[in-house]
Design a protein around this ligand. Structure first.
Ligand code: DHB
Length: 322
């Protein structure tokens, strides 16, 4: 089995040249586009990303070209052969993060129109139809709480979106990290009511962390007085817990591991916890698309050397202590 690993939304996916790099990079299995809003946004003032000793902090504020840009990019990749002298098509996930429920509905309507067009193409491979990754967890827009934490309204919110998505297609959610077992339970009970939701990404950054440069007595990013989403090593145990809880409690949904992936060990931790697809954020930001080749080859060598068999059998294999 070929394990799927690609970018986390937000990294190398805002502009078409970066998107093209990921799309044509042989070892990157899929591409997720930058979380889009209905209209384009410049995002928060810079510096809005900083490298930390063991990860990153960002408060980008959803800089993006507007959803239609990403729809057009995806349509072009899937229908326009040879433009990049690259005929191999790969799966695209379109991330949306509307500033309101109405904005998300509008973007889903535009998405449905593109789906209609793709279905009209004779022999179009249904597995290549782009899927929506609906972001319930952007922590960086001033005055906009994360929907993923509004547990009283989450089901109602999802019901509206779920109804809107073309019935021939499934979609997924990018979730914020959860920390309390009662919240895990509430969210999984809600998600289990929606069969059209076929995957979840665990998880978005640890929202609203703060880092301080002691020499300067100063925060390290400009927006929000230095508060921002934390990624990298800091988030790994939290991501693993989210992957593992949802793996054990969601019925028939793919769990996508995201958080702290930087080598074959961290890939394996996510796989053992229950992830059957992986996304890389901070480590990709700090490097380039070459990382997918080394992550995959190191992972396969470890599995081969240790005689672990088919990677499929390793998904969710973590044991409790006796
Ligand atoms: C941004 C950050 C996120 O964590 C996210 O999910 C979407 C957007 C941003 O600041 O641009």
């Amino acid at each position: 089995m070929c394990f799927k690993i690609g970018n986390a939304s937000g990294v190398m996916c805002q502009n078409s040249d970066d998107l093209d790099t990921l799309y044509t990079s042989s070892y990157c299995s899929f591409v997720v586009t930058k979380s889009a809003t209905l209209n384009r946004r410049d995002g928060n003032p810079e510096p809005r990303y900083a490298t930390l000793p063991n990860g990153s902090i960002n408060s980008s504020g959803l800089p993006n070209h507007g959803f239609n840009f990403y729809l057009d990019w995806a349509y072009d990749k899937l229908t326009n052969e040879n433009k990049l002298s690259f005929n191999h098509k790969k799966k695209i996930y379109l991330s949306i993060s509307g500033l309101s429920l109405d904005d998300n509905v509008s973007m889903i309507k535009s998405y449905n129109q593109m789906i209609d067009e793709l279905f009209l193409i004779e022999d179009f491979d249904i597995n290549l139809i782009p899927q929506l990754e609906i972001n319930l967890s952007c922590p960086n827009v001033i005055g906009k709480p994360q929907i993923g934490y509004d547990l009283d309204n989450l089901e109602k919110y999802i019901r509206v979106l779920d109804k809107e998505v073309d019935n021939r297609i499934t979609y997924g959610f990018k979730l914020p990290p959860y920390f309390d077992i009662s919240h895990f339970e509430i969210v999984s009970n809600i998600l289990n009511k929606f069969d059209k939701c076929s995957f979840i990404v665990c998880c978005n950054s640890l929202g609203n962390g703060l880092f301080i440069d002691i020499a300067e007595k100063e925060v390290v990013i400009k927006p929000k007085e230095g508060f921002g989403g934390i990624g990298g090593d800091y988030i790994l145990p939290t991501s693993l817990a989210n992957v593992n809880y949802f793996y054990k409690n969601l019925k028939g949904k793919e769990i996508v591991g995201c958080g702290g992936i930087k080598d074959y060990n961290t890939c394996l931790m996510h796989i053992y916890a229950g992830a059957s697809r992986l996304q890389v954020g901070t480590y990709l930001y700090e490097n380039d698309a070459e990382i997918f080749g080394s992550l995959k080859s190191d992972l396969y060598s470890y599995i081969w050397k240790n005689n672990l068999g088919d990677i499929k059998e390793l998904i969710g294999c973590v044991k409790s202590k006796n």
